[in-house]
Design a protein around this ligand. Sequence first.
Ligand code: 4HQ
Length: 255
Amino acid sequence: MRIDVVTLFPDFMRQCASVGVVGRAQQRELLQVETWNPRDFATDNYRTVDGRTCGGGPGMVMLIQPLRDALKAVREAAPEPVHVVYLSPQGARLTQGRVEALAKMPRIALLCGRYEGVDERLLAHEVDEELSIGDYVLSGGELGAAVIIDAVGRLQDGALNDAQSAQQDSFSDGLLDCPHYAKPVHDTLGDVPEVLLSGDHAAIRRWRLKQSLGRTWLRRPDLLAQRALDAESRALLDEFRREHAQQTRHDDTAH
Ligand code: 4HQ
């Protein structure tokens, strides 16, 4: 897929997309990231891209014209229709579900605002979807765009090797990830759970699913409420809760 980023900081965005799994996806031509600087589309000698907010008060707003011309260039750079995303705290929260939908599109454009944001009329006419990466305020849309490039880039066919398979991810089934261990089996920090050394693959699968269910119940009960559990998962979560209650009682009486 192709991702076009409209940003005042194109070097930063290219750097973000050049490392790790996503950088490799670009080398393998599974992903193409292009940047467009609105400043290159400004028409005055100062290359102005922002103006005072109408109605007064502090702060600047990104002007329609340079952004409209940048997006026109984006649309004309390749034949496929472009799904334009604007990053802002006013957008819908980014979730793995939305990431998966974006990952299936042939082309998306990420519009990064600075200052107080972008003139509302440009958003109304040129933007298909407004997304937020969380309830906090950033100084620009670039980090949100980097989050989307990373999350979407790693889902491209062939970007992950078998060991990294997206199937095994936290959230791929709406649950948190299970704990992971490597050698040494015994360490002053503790021992690796015995079941993981047993070679019993069915038992290991059940243990991992139980841990995922248990941690989701403990840390993110909101995620569990959103999905119906099958009989096996219900039984495993019950087991986890019993063991957790036992553990808690034990901790309370330990001196
Ligand atoms: N901003 N999720 C304000 C964000 C943000 C977020 C980007 C700050 C847009 C104008 N973007 N600018 N949260 O805080 O995506």
